[in-house]
Design a protein around this ligand. Sequence first.
Ligand code: NAD
Ligand code: WQD
Length: 341
Amino acid sequence: MKNKVIVTGGTGYIGSHTAVELIADGFDVVIIDNLYNSDITVLDGIQAITGIKPRFYDYDICDRIKLNEVFIAEGKVDAIIHFAAYKAVGESVRKPLEYYRNNLVSLMNLLEMMEQHGTSALVFSSSCTVYGQPDTLPVTESSPVREAVSPYGYTKQIGEIIIRDAMAARQMQKAISLRYFNPIGAHPTAYIGELPHGVPENLVPFITQTAIGLRDELRVFGNDYNTPDGSCIRDYLHVVDLAKAHVVALKRLLEGQNKANYEVFNLGMGKGVSVLEAIAAFERATGEKVRYSVTARRPGDIEKIWADPSLANRELKWKTEITLDEAMETAWRWEKKIRNK
Ligand code: NAD
Ligand code: WQD
């Protein structure tokens, strides 16, 4: 019998890539997503890659009654991967209560369902945002969690604490929080990728939209930081590498290889890349030019951060395999596909 996993937010960017890797690994995948930030056609993309269309529930995870219906309809659910959340940092400052409600009520509902329906394993989407600007780099999992710069960041910090405390009180359940650094790129088939609504906040969709002519120019937010070229440094990793980490994390829990019933892992390439280097990588990988100008710093941006992924390398036997240039090339392939170019 296949292990059954509920993927919340499974038509979203990272969730859809993870659904593909889970199906490829033999999991029975059930997606719950209210399509707030994704499109139903993503299911066709998943099917085009894997040959299987996951069962899908267009439900809000904050709705406990609907959520309970899914667990009743599905019978035994072995595990949950919880991606569903609002994720726009700037918007969260303007709409804090919506962010706290959506990101935390959904998580608490799922933790209650796990208890009620005997689901033993949870993998949670956390973020490097929990570290703020670390004093020492690269950041390990034991680096201090810092004051968040946004309600979004707090939802991840509080989410981790809620899971930690719930697991401490429960014998039969276990969870892993995965702290993603900066996921980029798209599936190499270009059947699925990132679908930002409106003007993208993130760097790589802005680069690809500028290169395709949708935006006049990219603004590089500051070149006066204390970094070699003055622009901010991040740890970009390909979304398929990130998706694969979820499969190994889930198997660790289901096969009982975990060392504690709550664990945390950084997921990154372990390499810092500046904004200007990211633009250069895109141009090198695609042969396209990106128009850009340097503007003021973006409020709330941290100067530099990159991961020490050695715990995940060692314990999950996972490491990134896709290079920055390859990642940029897949992002470009996806941009051209969705613009019919
Ligand atoms: P995404 O917006 O593409 O996917 C999230 C999905 O969740 C969307 O399809 C949305 O419709 C759905 N959703 C949101 N609230 C819901 C609700 N109440 N009920 C049902 N569905 C709901 O985002 P993503 O980039 O794939 O991010 C996935 C997770 O990873 C999020 O938790 C995000 O905070 C976290 N994360 C993302 C990044 C990043 O840079 N993309 C980095 C670190 C962490
Ligand atoms: C990357 C770099 C910008 C756009 C965000 C969230 C974080 C996590 C990942 C979820 C920065 C620069 C960007 C542009 C630019 N998400 N930039 N011009 O800020 O590292 O992290 O996504 O958990 O919580 O805050 O990612 O892609 O927005 O920016 O110069 O138009 O690109 O200043 O240095 P960020 P990003």
